[in-house]
Write a protein that binds this ligand. Structure first.
Ligand code: PEP
Ligand code: MG
Length: 778
């Protein structure tokens, strides 16, 4: 890029030849390849890749570098310092494998980059680490998969002066969503580009016409977090973006234009669509402040889909082969990418790359990091209330669940289009997938500001799974979080079994982490309430957590087993439940977050819930004016005995997922029954029980909410609930605005109907109301 006159930060390269010389002269080359051969005997076992990687990386990092290479690096760094007139320049140390970024195989991101490196010792250390990153588990797996001989891949190291970035991001010389080559997409955030590359924030984006560089569209994202370099230590610090700057574009129009020009020239230089990282230095004036820090071929749309993107190979649904069908879930729309059939999170950690289609048996909370980078998700098992369905919806990713056979018929490395409106997976690229849809990306969803939304007497709450997603949804018109699942925080932030913390004397660390996750949301939305549900892992899911197999039994029916309250009062979990209580107390008492309420899941009997409340009281959590305790209504028993339970809580929240399962006695995860239409919250038996619960709870002074998936998916079910006088409805982020509008119109309709009824009564001709199928016989 320097030779193409691109503004690249000054620096130097430690060539691939230097690496080759290092492994040859020190005679470790042969050892490296032998380790792979001996350790990876089963190419599908991620643990073997991990083991090989560990051994090789240790070998490379511990081997002394030949003097000649060390001297060359020393003098190049000295020269750079001299050129910049600085003592020890902060540099970025980036690796680049020689087989990286071949047109049909992006190896990008498999080797490591180290920012803010300073001083020669640190630089030498990071150089060795870059070299050894040629053998990350992912990289070894990829070369095996693509058939690249390990002996033929080398690695060079780029050393560049760190840009002191004010704003940074990525740009594509092709529209990354539709594959249109006439467009350039620029994405950016304040500070270092890492927040954009890793997907931590929703960046601002600009879509440019490649010919004229006119801006065709632009979107401001609510940018809450930025990473900056601390000038004293050189360390990256994470900061909140000041309120006033969050809703301003992070770069000016002139800067957008200049980036567009660079993007065009880079594409011309390489002769193919490119994926580019850029940064704007805060210490320099425009246009000298614009830097290109990395460029590589774009691989999702290029290569195999070149023709597709230019319009020749686009096919309609009739022309493409249907590979598998299932239940539509997640974001309704299309996902397109290369499939990765991964049967465990470890497997996913080795194989999954950004933009891949994740194909698995069923996801669990440990899959979330890989779900975040997937273009679509397809599972064999599960129904519309399964983990994959719930989380993909929150992450705004197309998803199909319950296909029964996806992991057998979809093939790793092949491209597919996932149509999550109709629950169909096609082989290849479906033309419709390229059309812009009405669906918007996560976080940029149906943003109707609080003030612009209609007022409803029935409160509309939001279900939240992944705590850091709250920043994306702040502007939606919800009145609180009606369900925050503790187990999602446990899995994404903590990853270890709670009892493992107890047994290793690290209870406080668990409390702190859990409290952090809850507080992040409670702070962001206060004074709106956050109803935190104590953990409701099932035995099969808890076992997946670190140390989990020691504490979890194997159950035939985990859905009907040791979950919810039955855990808290048992000798095998009580200590951990106490820690969950302490985390809530920490939020409320230490941090003053009085908007944190709690909810007990899987309540089956009065006696067990009394015991739970007693433990909570001992831990300093007692119901009061500003501390509400809700029970989830997920079992037939709690609804049937609602009068008794009402004496012990402030309100109920209907878990219609489990309630439907319990009333109809169907495993909610059964893909077979799901596909046959059995799982339906609108079944008269389910409605009858819900109507009964609302009536009895209200008669006994308790409120009723609902947090199952039902009202998010089924507007007629939401209507039924409003007509029964439910107090609040908690739905997924993408259903907030539509539910709010629906409820507002319904409430007005109900008032009009009541007026008509009264008028008819007064005129002596009372209206005859049809009996509903779910009503109890008189
Ligand atoms: C429910 O059962 O409806 C519910 C919201 O809880 P979960 O889906 O986590 O079991
Ligand atoms: Mg439930």
């Amino acid at each position: 890029m320097i030779s193409a006159s691109m503004p690249v930060p000054p620096g130097f390269a430690i060539t691939a030849f230097a690496y080759e010389k290092f492994i040859e002269e020190t005679r470790i080359a042969q050892k490296i390849y032998e380790i792979i051969k001996e350790t990876v005997t089963d190419t599908n076992d991620p643990k073997q890749y991990d083991a090989a990687s560990k051994k090789i990386r240790e070998l490379i990092e511990k081997t002394q570098m030949p003097k000649t290479i060390e001297e060359a690096i020393r003098s190049a760094y000295k020269e750079l310092n001299k050129r910049l007139n600085l003592k020890d320049t902060f540099v970025a140390v980036r690796s680049s494998a020689t087989a990286e970024d071949l047109p049909d195989a992006s190896f990008a991101g498999q080797q490591e980059t180290f920012l803010n490196t300073k001083g020669i010792d640190d630089l030498l250390d990071k150089t060795r680490k870059c070299w050894s990153s040629l053998f990350t588990p992912r990289a070894i797996f990829y070369r095996n998969e693509k058939g690249f001989p390990h002996e033929k891949v080398f690695i060079s190291v780029g050393v560049q002066k760190m840009v002191n970035s004010r704003a940074a991001g990525v740009m594509f010389t092709i529209n990354p969503v539709t594959g249109d080559r006439e467009e350039i997409m620029i994405e950016g955030n304040y500070g270092l580009g890492e927040t954009v590359v890793s997907g931590i924030v929703n960046p601002d984006d600009f879509l440019l016409d490649k010919k004229t560089l006119n801006i065709k569209s632009r979107r401001i994202a609510n940018k809450t977090i930025m990473y900056l370099r601390d000038p004293a230590t050189g360390k990256t610090v994470h900061l909140d973006v000041p309120e006033a700057k969050r809703k301003e574009f992070c770069i000016s129009e002139d800067e957008v234009m200049r980036l567009g020009q660079h993007a065009k020239l880079i594409e011309e230089h390489y002769g193919k669509p490119m994926d580019i990282e850029w940064a704007i230095d805060q210490d320099l004036p425009f246009p000298k402040n614009m830097f290109i820090v990395q460029a590589r071929p774009e691989t999702v749309w290029s290569g195999k889909t070149m023709e597709t993107a230019s319009g020749e190979e686009k096919k309609t649904g009739e022309q493409l082969k249907v590979v598998v069908k299932g239940l539509a879930a997640g974001k309704r729309g299309y996902g397109f990418g290369v499939a990765k059939v991964v049967l465990s999170p470890e497997d996913a950690s080795v194989q999954m790359q950004k933009g891949d289609v994740l194909v698995t048996d069923m996801t669990n909370p440990d899959f979330v990091p890989f779900m975040k980078i997937a273009s679509a998700i397809v599972t064999d098992k599960g129904g519309v209330t399964s983990h994959a369905a719930i989380v993909s919806r929150e992450l705004a990713i197309p998803c199909i669940v319950g296909t029964e056979t996806a992991t057998k018929v979809m093939v790793t490395g092949k491209q597919y289009t996932v149509d999550s409106r109709n629950g169909i997976v096609y082989e290849g690229f479906l033309a419709d997938a390229a059309k812009p849809t009405q669906q918007t990306a996560a976080g940029k969803a149906e943003v109707v500001m609080m003030g612009a939304a209609p007022v409803t007497a029935t409160k509309i709450y939001m279900n939240l799974g992944v705590p850091d997603k709250i920043n994306d949804f702040m502007d939606l018109p919800f009145e609180g979080i009606g369900l925050m699942r503790t187990e999602f925080i446990l899995a994404s932030y903590i990853g270890e079994h709670p009892m493992h913390f107890v047994d290793t004397g690290e209870s406080q660390r668990f409390v702190d982490k859990l409290a952090d996750g809850v507080a992040q949301v409670a702070r962001a939305i206060q004074p709106r309430p956050v109803v935190v549900r104590f953990s409701d892992f099932k035995t099969n899911e808890y076992r997946e957590l670190k140390g989990g197999d020691k504490y979890e039994i194997v159950e035939q029916n985990p859905m009907l087993g040791w979950r919810g309250c039955s855990r808290y009062i048992s000798k095998w979990y009580i200590q951990a439940f106490k820690l969950e209580c302490q985390a809530i107390k920490k939020c409320r008492i230490e941090w003053g977050l009085k908007n944190v309420y709690v909810m007990l899941p899987m309540v089956r009997t009065v006696w067990e819930v009394k015991k739970c409340l007693e433990i909570m009281r001992e831990e300093g959590l007692e119901r009061g004016k500003d501390f509400k305790v809700w029970f989830m209504a997920e079992t037939p028993s709690i609804a049937i005995m609602a009068d008794e339970f009402s004496k012990l809580c402030d309100g109920f929240s209907i878990g219609s997922n489990d309630m439907t399962q319990g009333i109809l006695m169907i495993d909610r995860d059964s893909e077979r029954l799901g596909a046959m239409g059995y799982f339906d919250e609108r079944d008269p038996a389910v409605k009858r029980i819900i109507a009964h619960l609302i009536k009895i709870a209200h008669a006994n002074g308790c409120t009723v909410s609902i947090c199952g998936e039902g009202p998010s998916n089924l507007p007629d079910f939401a209507e039924f609930l409003v007509r029964q006088g439910i107090d609040s409805i908690s739905v997924n982020n993408d259903a907030i605005t539509s539910t709010k509008n629906l409820v507002a119109s319904l409430e007005q309709k109900i008032i009009l109907e009541r007026l008509a009824e009264q008028a008819a009564l007064a005129s002596g001709k009372p209206l005859k109301k049809p009996t509903q199928d779910w009503e109890w016989p008189q």
